[in-house]
Design a binder for this molecule. Structure first.
Ligand code: AP5
Ligand code: MG
Length: 191
């Protein structure tokens, strides 16, 4: 399977659909958010640095994130295909990913963009707060995450467009988890 970059705002379903894609196509999954939360739980130095940024809805500095990503990617068998969930989030991260993969003679693959209205996102994340208690799922921090997404991450969609990698799936056109998955699978079956 080719590499897949799953891209979208907080709560758009990156993690949810990644799990289903992994089940169907048997590939690796890197959620940079999960990696960082794992470091926080384990009480590592990296976790201590990451916590301040995550709790405040801000991005971890690019240099740190890029090193973590490369180290995590190299743990997967070459050629298996990996879903990148939550990375890249800035243009320097995208350029670094492109370089890192080129150095390994691997392709970037495809980008799957999830578009969901902000009121739906907010409702999902507040519901997840009750179910899972993630520290950054409170209204104040969610709003900061939306701002960071709009200002720093959303402009990257154009970068993927120029690379010819961008494939967009709109929640309003497929308004159930199953319908979104059907649309995403119909596309991934062709790559
Ligand atoms: P990260 O963990 O990546 O969080 P996020 O981008 O805010 O996204 P979420 O995980 O909240 O949402 P999701 O799109 O995965 O949606 P989900 O499938 O869970 O990052 C957290 C933080 O880490 C960042 O703020 C930053 O500080 C740091 N970080 C991470 N990567 C970084 C990077 N590259 N550079 C710098 N910093 C980085 O779905 C949400 C909920 O909706 C679930 O409960 C789900 O069950 C529910 N749901 C309900 N209906 C549906 C439906 N129809 N489809 C999908 N989900 C649904
Ligand atoms: Mg997630």
């Amino acid at each position: 399977m080719k590499n897949i970059i799953i891209f979208g705002a907080p709560g758009s379903g990156k993690g949810t659909y990644s799990e289903e894609i992994v089940k169907k196509y048997g590939m690796g999954h890197i959620s940079t958010g999960d990696v960082l939360r794992g470091e926080i739980k384990a009480g590592t130095e990296l976790g201590k640095i990451a916590k301040g940024f995550i709790d405040n809805g801000q991005l971890i500095p690019d240099e740190l994130m890029i090193d973590i990503l490369a180290a995590t990617y190299d743990k997967f068998p070459a050629g298996q295909g990996v879903i990148f969930d939550g990375f890249p989030r800035t243009i320097p991260q995208a350029e670094a990913l492109k370089k890192m993969l080129a150095e390994r003679n691997h392709e970037m693959g495809v980008m799957v963009e999830l578009i969901v209205a902000e009121d739906v996102l907010m409702a999902r994340l507040l519901n997840r707060a009750i179910e899972q208690g993630r520290a950054d799922d409170n209204e104040v921090t969610i709003k900061k995450r939306f701002d960071v997404y709009h200002n720093q991450t959303a402009p990257l969609a154009e970068w993927f467009e120029k690379e010819g990698m961008r494939h967009t799936f709109v929640w309003a056109e497929h308004p159930s988890k199953e319908a979104m998955l059907d649309a995403i699978f119909a596309y991934l079956d062709t790559i």
